[in-house]
Design a protein around this ligand. Structure first.
Ligand SMILES: [Fe+2]
Length: 212
């Protein structure tokens, strides 16, 4: 995967293990140990690695909101969060607003999957005031389903997307990501690719919230 990421031109990779109650909730010690062992095989030509987490908006997340222990992209004010596709959590907009008031940069993973946002740009725009939208490159190429592809492309064309990410779980996902990048290049222009895949992620990590 490091080889494939380097081939995509990635120079810094945020690695975001799932934090999802009762399904994927590896101990943080184990995550740190795995990252350390990965660092031992990482070559200078590979991207540098920054640890984060993909936080599911669930009971564990709520507890961490209270405790102030949400795993962020290390060394930044930004963190990645996902919600269950069929259902927006109650009070989500208000909580996102609180994060923003506290100087946090919430990054919403794969908004193209969320049913509530399909054909609802008003809601998408409302959410987008309080969090960044990170589109999955694989979705753009249709690898996550037809409806998700349509939504991903629409969010990009409507200017609601903040950035794009590979969401790679395996090497094949990185080949799929290449299709997404090619689509952006062709439909929105190369400057959009650079903005979405390079400048915007760096800005978010620097703590800049990018408004629509
Ligand atoms: Fe996810």
């Amino acid at each position: 995967m490091l080889d494939a990421l380097a081939a995509l031109g990635v120079t810094e990779q945020c690695v975001t293990p799932h934090q999802k109650a009762s399904q994927y909730l590896p101990d943080w010690d184990r995550i740190e140990a795995t990252l350390a062992s990965l660092e031992t095989v990482r070559k200078p030509t590979h991207p540098t690695l920054r640890l984060g987490a993909e936080n599911m908006w669930d009971d564990v997340f709520y507890k961490r909101v209270v405790d102030g222990t949400i795993p962020h992209y290390r060394g930044t004010q930004a963190f990645l969060v996902e919600i269950p596709p069929p259902l927006m959590p109650p009070g989500m907009v208000e909580q996102l607003f609180k994060f923003r008031m506290a100087g946090k940069v919430p990054v919403l993973a794969h908004p193209e999957r969320y049913h509530a946002l399909w054909d609802n740009d008003r809601l998408a725009g409302e959410l987008r005031k309080h969090c960044a939208f990170q589109i999955d490159l694989g979705a753009i190429g249709g690898f996550h389903g037809k409806r998700e592809m349509k939504a991903a492309r629409h969010l990009l064309e409507a200017g609601l997307a903040t950035c794009v990410a590979t969401d790679a779980h395996q090497v094949g996902d990185l080949q799929q990501a290449q299709h997404g990048l090619a689509w952006i290049d062709k439909k929105l222009g190369h400057a959009a690719t650079v903005r979405l895949f390079d400048h915007a992620p760096r800005a978010l990590l620097a703590g800049d919230f990018i408004d629509v």
